[in-house]
Write a protein that binds this ligand. Structure first.
Ligand code: COA
Length: 150
């Protein structure tokens, strides 16, 4: 089992986070400006996974407290660090931060072909609630998945 730490991301991490986002999502990657927004926005939670001073993954979510919803925007683990439980720990930590702030539902979107991510979300109790046609571009459908946190 790899030893890693989960910490809050900071604006000085932006270049590395952007590189990882591009490595994980290629042309579907969020722009650097949006990652920066997710770090700075007061109602967001941006967590990074660290191994020996290196950022190896991250997760970001936004609190929509009036609806008691926490929306997960991105979850990335560098390819060479996958299948070591890093995404699981990032997801569990974000969910517990959501819960601590009164959030009842964790919501996310994932491409229907992304079996790794769907496997991860199902393992942690997310269920598919609807198909989002062409969400990721022409003929690239999304799945909206939800987990009840309370
Ligand atoms: C999806 C992703 C975040 C998983 O990260 P990870 O650190 O490898 O995940 P974990 O090691 O915590 O895996 C937890 C569980 O997820 C599922 N899973 C992860 N990768 C999988 C794969 N390639 N195939 C099938 N199931 C997979 C398994 O159930 C796994 O449990 P197990 O290892 O006990 O079988 C990573 O593959 C990634 O960054 N992919 C590119 C970006 C992406 O698609 N992000 C999600 C967008 S919604």
């Amino acid at each position: 089992m790899t030893n890693f730490a989960i910490e809050r991301a900071e604006t000085r991490d932006i270049e590395v986070l952007n590189e990882i986002e591009r490595e994980c999502f290629a042309e579907q990657a969020f722009p650097k400006s949006f990652l920066k927004y997710l770090i700075l926005y007061p109602h967001s939670i941006f967590l990074k996974a660290m191994i020996g001073g290196e950022i190896v993954g991250f997760i970001a979510g936004i609190l929509q407290a009036s609806h008691r919803v926490g929306r997960i925007y991105t979850l990335d683990v560098k390819p060479e660090f996958r299948r070591r439980g890093i995404a699981s720990k990032l997801l569990q930590t974000l969910e517990s931060e959501f819960k601590n702030r009164g959030i009842a539902f964790s919501v996310l979107e994932v491409e229907v072909t992304n079996t790794a991510a769907i496997g991860l979300y199902q393992k942690f109790g997310y269920r598919s609630v609807r198909v989002l046609k062409n969400y990721y571009g022409k003929n690239r459908n999304g799945l909206q998945m939800v987990k009840n946190l309370v």
